[in-house]
Design a protein. Sequence first.
Length: 751
Amino acid sequence: MSAFERLGRWAAHRRWWVVGAWVVVLAAAVPLAVQTSGALRSGGFIRDDLESARSKQLLHDEIGLPEAAVAVVLHSSTLRAGEPAFETAAALAVAGVSGAPHVLGIVSHSLATTQVSADGHTAYDLVYVDLPADDSPLALPGIRAALVHPDGLDVGLAGGAAFYGDVQEVSESDLRRSEIISLPLAALALLIVFGSVVAASLPLAIGGAAVVSALALIFVVAGLTPMSIFVLNLATLLGLGLGVDYSLLMTSRFREELAARGGGPEAVHDAVGATMATAGRAVFFSGLTVLLGLLGLILFEFMILRSVGIAGAIVVGFAVLAALTLLPALLTIAGHRIDSFRVRKIGTVGGTDGPWARLANRVMDRPIRVLVPTLGVLLLLGTPFLHVRFNAPDASILPPSVPSRVAFDQLVSAFGPGPFAPIVLAVRTDGPVTEPANLARVYAYTRELETDPRIVRVQSLVDLDPRLTLAQYQLMYATPSGPPDRFVQEALAGSTRGSLTAITIFTPYGPNEEPGRNLVRDLRSGAGPLAAPAGLTVLIGGGAADVEDVVAGVAADFPRTALFILLTTYLVLFLLLRSVILPLKALAMNTLSITASFGALVWIFQDGNLSALLGTQPLGFVETTQPVILFCVLFGLSMDYEVFLLTRMRETWDRTGDNRAAVAHGLERSGRIVTSAALIVVLVASSFAFADIVLIKALGLGIAIAVALDATIVRALLVPATMRLLGHWNWWLPAALARRLPDIAEHEVVA
């Protein structure tokens, strides 16, 4: 008796104790699960060791420059800044903000002409807060409560803090909407697949238990390490999808085993034991492959990726645990009543002449004629990914009606994107910056920067007044008591301390625009006209630098993660299937469906196709972390179905030694299950197409497209064709390895 069968019989004999234990767990989990969203953070797209982050931290630690700010946008279609009515209303609007929690100070538009638009109808005040960028939304409630909205003046909040705050609120709304859409659809699909209310309710119970338990543990983990708000949606999708997948496989197997054993209470226990020995083992190894894909994300240093990996691993763990403990107990309780409240009759699964077996045989009759065009279609679907452009998320991922997006659009319309994404240089000199020789170096550097056509304006301690010469700056800063002018004193205190000074470069470009990122590369190149002169050490930070560093950082980390996933997945499949070739083929099949999904991501969201249907605007880019998350999630999900399929083929091969029969029989026995399981995942994932945040919409559609392709074109056409062409080589295992390799599969897994 295998360990899985013993576990099944244990759960069957102690069914009420198992159910009771899960009830206690869920009762304790619900109060924590409902608080999860409040414990999660927005942001997480930056890393402390990146140059842009080090530059910002250095300027904060040594000079005291704030790490985050909120822009209070003041707009009127009739009044102009400078007019008494506008200024009176503006002063009233922000009068109480300076006393709000976390507020360090306010730079009013009345003191900075650059904060007033050319037509005078829009202005903004900068509110600096004492929080890091990712925590800055914590300042929003106080600022919003202190703001006044006078008649005739539109007042809004923009900037990173407002953006991240709205992302959090909209993410929660998206989750509620997706649950309202996906749960009834999943229930209806399960009812159609199983044909009875009782059988269909079990997968939903397992999926729900997995989601609630996982969310509760994620809440606890979020108190120990930062976790991204985006895990909320993914955890629900994975928990419900995998819970339903695994219970679908096991419930189907249980019905078959029960039908084969007839009546009597012992028949139920025997059926549960046999189900766990076969389908239960498949669930365990399927869950292991999904877990490995998600664990790859933990290798990233970016908080958003690491937290998705942690949350995903938690969800998979609970989905497998619920399927291997709670489900056997529920199946035992249901027993022969598993088909109660039948809504339609479900036929038995055929062995050699069913519809899936006939399809497999037709494919194997002409494998080349099927393989070539099918492969061509998948590669064609992936070709848009060849012109992908990676960037970081900005306000454009939010719908136009969200307050921070409205305020952001007003600013960009009035000022252009450049003023809100400056490039900030942390410049270190040998000795105090105000020494004559160092001032000369900084002066020469800023004058060279100003000659670049991509740069609109440079702001530094030697750019306070274009009429001043280097000698005048040197004389002014050499005064023992400091500069006599109060404005100069404030500018010096806000930009320079000891040997460190800040140089701010303004361009006409937003942080995601390629010219701005090219400028960052040129500044860092160490050669050419923009190279810092000898005696200056420069760290480049700011909007475009953040994007450049994040894109480069993700690209640098991804090969390590991909290698980890490929090697560990190969090892698990090698041990399970006892074949050198089959795991390689499985990896290749997965890569094809993922590639097609990547292409769709670019075609839909970067290029803007189907924008009218989806209610989005073309982004012009793909958010950098999305392909990574999709790769890790989809690799596990796709391998899930591969395990269901190949383990059944392996059993027939061991019994008959007939490759063709193994393929046909395996597809016949698992085709309906894989397709039904995939249908549930597609329905749940597609519900995120109604999300307001484009990143969540793209993630859901990417998963839905890849799973749909994987469960149909790949499993039904490519797998039989390639296995027919490889023939006996599918099952090749060197004799020396065969003698030493433990037979952990026992060749009984049936889908």
